[in-house]
Write a protein that binds this ligand. Structure first.
Ligand code: FAD
Length: 515
């Protein structure tokens, strides 16, 4: 008890944006004596005090490099046993591609999930739907490489694969396959979780289902996902990757909605809003290399906002002719500007890993590790026109600093037993403002982007758009309660059940740890 009582935050310093909470030596000493397969480090911890957002830096007291699931359980159980008067917290850190410190723990323990290892196991036997068991800290790109060896692949993706299994499953995992397959959280059969009490629990729709559904989209609040069983399907070899342009928002969204609702349709459907087509930051997703001589970026639009519909059709080499026919029929139903059809054929791997090639280009120019004041919104279909008129017609009229995604998905593919919060309408849009802020002032600054984001959010609130934020960076429990609405009660009940001392994922700022 004296250890607990002695524990206090000695120092709260703000040094160059890094917030330091320095715990007592007598709190750190017992950590050093934990019996682990991996190791705990107390020095050089600053590397984990950052994330992709690059706007928030919280220094932990220690970093756990787990050598086993039992290491994760040992560390969490230790903190749990210190009781409620200890302010120590534990944050699982996937690839730290969150935006505002969500994978950080000020003065706490950061668990580097990528160290966990354990290997992957692909199961595909007759009579069993194929699946892969993957460690929670595994990158999706590695899951893809492993499953492709068996001619299989997960069904639902994110646009970028250098994210971890546990990280995206704690949010939702959405991309252009979600309209057919649902988000990644709808494609998991089983999880292994270390709860906030330090218990290792296997859960699925049949076993410990409350924890299973709670953890999916649960923002890391109920446990650390140490393994996930992910549903697989036969992987196609090739992808016909198509882009077409629209100048009319109504035709663009009507065509998107028709395509996500049709029985015979594409395998992937996304869309982008093109406001300002110059500069690598706006075009960082254009790893697309069409054979056509005219690039989409060169299309003359007289300064109008353009909308790009992006689709793919999967095929194997012996199916090329039927794929051509099917694509021809599908395209004939769309109302894009006829001279703007661009297409290319790439391998399935090249398509899924498309954003990585843009990452490499940006890294080479020092533009990857800049601040990212991103804003991701889910907008109901019934208000998307009102939203677009204000946002693309007024707020972002002539400037933006990064790609803008806009594509519909259907609610029926989202399992409403998970913790993910979505608008209450069958079709809703994912709208992502993926801004970079490479300069300290002016249009390329964080301040400028945040100001635009605030205007967008304010408009949504005042105009009653019915928007929900995805990857929300809320900082108070009141904001979170409003976000969860009627689902808050369940979320809070699960927190009390699985992490009663509020040890886990403090960076989400939902349940402050009492101390
Ligand atoms: P981290 O950022 O490390 O962690 C995120 C949160 O989950 C933290 O609170 C952390 O504590 C918790 N956490 C991490 N691992 C675990 C675990 N094993 N168990 C429990 N909790 C855990 N998202 C989409 O849905 N679709 C996209 O297309 C998409 N594209 C993206 C492209 C880029 C370039 C980037 C940077 C992000 C993108 N994202 C996308 C967002 C991404 O899904 C989230 O940022 C996700 O959190 C990243 O995963 P991570 O492994 O880096 O998690």
């Amino acid at each position: 008890a004296s250890v607990v009582c002695c524990f206090k935050l000695l120092l709260l310093l703000a040094l160059g944006g890094v917030t330091m909470h320095v715990p007592d030596a007598d709190v750190l000493a017992p950590l050093e004596s934990l019996q682990l397969d991996g190791r705990l480090t107390f020095h050089d911890v600053s590397a984990v005090a950052r994330d992709f957002g690059n706007r928030c830096s919280l220094l932990p007291a220690a970093v756990l490099h787990p050598g086993s699931v039992s290491d994760v359980a040992t560390a969490v159980r230790h903190v749990f046993q210190l009781g409620e008067r200890s302010p120590l917290t534990v944050a699982a850190r996937g690839h730290a591609h969150s935006l505002m410190g969500q994978s950080q723990a000020a003065g706490g323990i950061v668990v580097k999930m990528e160290s966990l290892g354990g290997g992957m196991r692909v199961v595909s036997s007759r009579g069993v739907s194929p699946y892969v068991d993957a460690p929670g800290g595994e990158l999706w790109i590695n899951v893809l490489h492993e499953t492709l060896k068996h001619g299989l692949a997960p069904k639902s993706w994110t646009d970028y694969l250098h994210l971890t299994v546990g990280g995206t499953l704690s949010n939702a995992g959405v991309s252009g396959q979600a309209f057919r397959q649902g988000p990644q959280v709808s494609n998991v059969n089983q999880l292994e979780i270390v709860t906030g009490r330090g218990d290792v629990v296997t859960c699925s729709p049949e076993e410990n289902s409350d924890l299973f559904y709670g953890a999916l989209g649960g923002l890391g609040q109920f446990g650390i996902i140490t393994r996930a069983r992910i549903a697989l399907e036969p992987a196609p070899r090739m992808v016909r990757w198509i882009r077409v342009l629209y100048s009319d928002f109504t035709s663009f969204t009507e065509d998107q909605e028709m395509m996500i609702s049709a029985e015979k349709t594409f395998d992937y459907i996304e869309g982008f809003v093109i406001i300002n087509r110059t500069g690598i930051l706006n075009n960082w997703r254009t790893s697309f290399k069409p054979q056509d001589p005219v690039q989409a970026s060169q299309f003359q639009s007289d300064g109008r906002v353009l909308y790009c519909l992006e689709m793919t059709k999967n095929f194997n080499h012996d199916e090329a002719d039927s794929m051509e026919q099917e694509v021809g029929v599908l395209l004939s139903r769309l109302r894009y500007i006829q001279s703007t059809l661009f297409h290319t054929d790439v391998t399935y791997l090249e398509f899924l890993d498309r954003v990585h090639s843009s990452e490499l280009k940006l890294r080479a120019q020092g533009l990857w590790e800049v601040p990212h004041p991103w804003l991701n919104l889910l907008i109901p279909r019934s208000t998307i026109h009102k939203f677009a008129k204000e946002v693309f017609g007024k707020i972002l009229k002539d400037s933006n600093n990064g790609p803008i995604l806009l594509y519909p998905v259907n609610k029926s593919k989202w399992d409403n037993r998970t913790s993910v919060v979505i608008p209450d309408e069958e079709i809703f849009y994912l709208v992502g403002f993926l801004s970079s802020a490479p300069s300290l002032s002016g249009h390329g600054s964080v301040e400028h982007a945040v100001n635009l984001n605030n205007q967008i959010v304010d408009f949504c609130e005042k105009a009653g758009v019915g928007m929900k934020q995805y990857l929300a960076p809320y900082t108070t429990q009141q904001q979170w309660k409003a976000h969860f609405g009627a689902r808050w009660e369940t979320f809070e009940r699960r927190k009390h059940m699985y992490d009663p001392l509020a040890i886990l994922a403090p960076g989400q700022r939902i349940f402050p740890k009492a101390s």
